[in-house]
Design a protein around this ligand. Structure first.
Ligand code: ADP
Ligand code: MG
Length: 367
């Protein structure tokens, strides 16, 4: 009887020890960090992921980035976008089709503040190559005739394209529909491609059983879950007057925090600064009182497109747009040094000492 008792106790102690050991081993595994730097889409991507599956997941992420870059690049002659810009009739790949659909919806929703058909004008300014110049006003007027997202086809049939079942010269799957841009029009998905890529990477990491990760895609931050210890990620928002400093920090989990700013790509000529976010109405850099716009929301592609569009809209229209849309929050920095933060970030935004956040409310009379 006594011996039976002793045996029982020994077995229990053993089970407890194994459980404790397994528990601390699992905890250590969860804290394991893997990170990868990738040069893509003309910028640096840094992906940091935690847990035992993160190493393999990151290798897949790198492939995913390369695959998406090959589809969206304007400079790679074989990309879907480059082929469309050459006037070819193509059946866009799945991701190009999806991103085009998302981008066109955002162009519409923002009433053309975002316009993916701006590419001929961006080229003229040299923002695509770094050979900057201020274009002639007449040249811009001439090119503006080719800028209008409403004229872009939504992956629709082309009478001579491979999608038409009556076209006997089908070279591609006749179920698919070909797409061709109107003559002279060219597109650039640069305002939304990184956000879309971020969404794909988050999806990829999730499906590889990773539950904690942070992506910095050239300043676009997207986070998966929380930090491994369960606390929120703390994402710094840059000071557009001095990008080495920050205006504050937002605490988030499962969110995208995406900034468009005049400081990211610009040149100076005759004492004037010209930046890479253009007003599709005029063809000139948008100067409507904003220096940077940070959008916080669930989907990278939407936050990316909106940050560019809200920058173009300017302070007042951006605030009005936000009031009409419950799906995102934002942080605006104006050229005269004001910091405007929407009410949904009241608990998560911590302002740096030298800044003073003014909160904006949905109901404009609430203060
Ligand atoms: P970044 O790529 O610097 O992070 P954005 O997401 O704001 O910043 O995208 C800016 C890019 O989008 C520009 O480099 C240009 O290629 C393109 N672009 C500029 N203005 C517009 C606009 N009004 N609509 C659509 N695309 C734009
Ligand atoms: Mg953008």
């Amino acid at each position: 009887m006594k011996a039976g008792w002793r045996k029982g106790i020994v077995v229990m102690v053993l089970i407890l020890a194994v459980a404790l050991f397994a528990g601390s081993f699992w905890q250590k595994e969860q804290q394991k960090v893997y990170s990868r730097d990738i040069f893509a889409m003309d910028t640096y991507f840094v992906i940091r992921a935690y847990g035992p599956y993160a190493g393999d997941a990151l290798a897949l992420c790198e492939q995913e980035v390369q695959r998406l870059e090959q589809a969206f690049s304007v400079t790679d002659a074989n990309s879907d976008v480059a082929r469309l810009n050459r006037g070819e009739c193509i059946v866009p790949g799945e991701d190009t089709g999806k991103l085009l659909g998302e981008a066109l919806r955002l162009c519409e929703a923002t009433n053309g503040a975002l316009d993916i058909s701006l590419y001929p004008i961006l080229k003229e300014w040299g923002f695509t190559t770094g050979d900057y110049q201020v274009p002639e006003a007449a040249k811009l007027r001439e090119l503006l005739a080719y800028v209008d997202y409403r004229e872009l086809p939504a992956a629709q049939e082309n009478p001579d394209g491979p999608g038409n079942p009556e076209n006997t010269d089908n070279t591609e799957n006749s179920e698919n529909r070909g797409m061709q841009l109107p003559k002279g029009m060219e597109i650039d998905l640069g305002a939304v491609a990184k956000g879309y890529t971020g969404d794909c990477l988050i999806e990829q990491l999730r499906s590889e059983k990773v539950s904690s990760a942070i992506l910095d895609l050239g300043g676009n931050i997207q986070v998966l879950g929380t930090k491994p210890d369960g606390s929120d990620w703390r994402v710094a928002v840059k000071n557009p007057f001095d990008p080495a400093k920050q205006i504050g920090v937002v605490a988030v989990s499962d969110k995208a925090v995406i900034t468009s700013g005049g400081y990211e790509r610009f040149f100076e000529q005759d004492g004037k600064t010209y930046w890479h976010i253009l007003d599709p109405q005029t063809g000139y850099p948008s100067e409507r009182g904003l220096l940077s716009v940070t959008v916080v929301g669930d989907r990278g592609v939407e936050c990316d497109g909106l940050s560019t569009a809200l920058f173009v809209m300017g302070t007042e229209d951006a605030v009005e747009y936000w009031r009409g849309n419950a799906r995102f929050e934002m942080i605006l920095v104006t050229v005269d040094g004001r910091l405007l933060v929407t009410e949904g970030l009241q608990d998560s935004f911590t302002c740096s000492e030298e800044w003073n956040a003014e909160f904006i409310y949905r109901d404009e009379f609430e203060k």
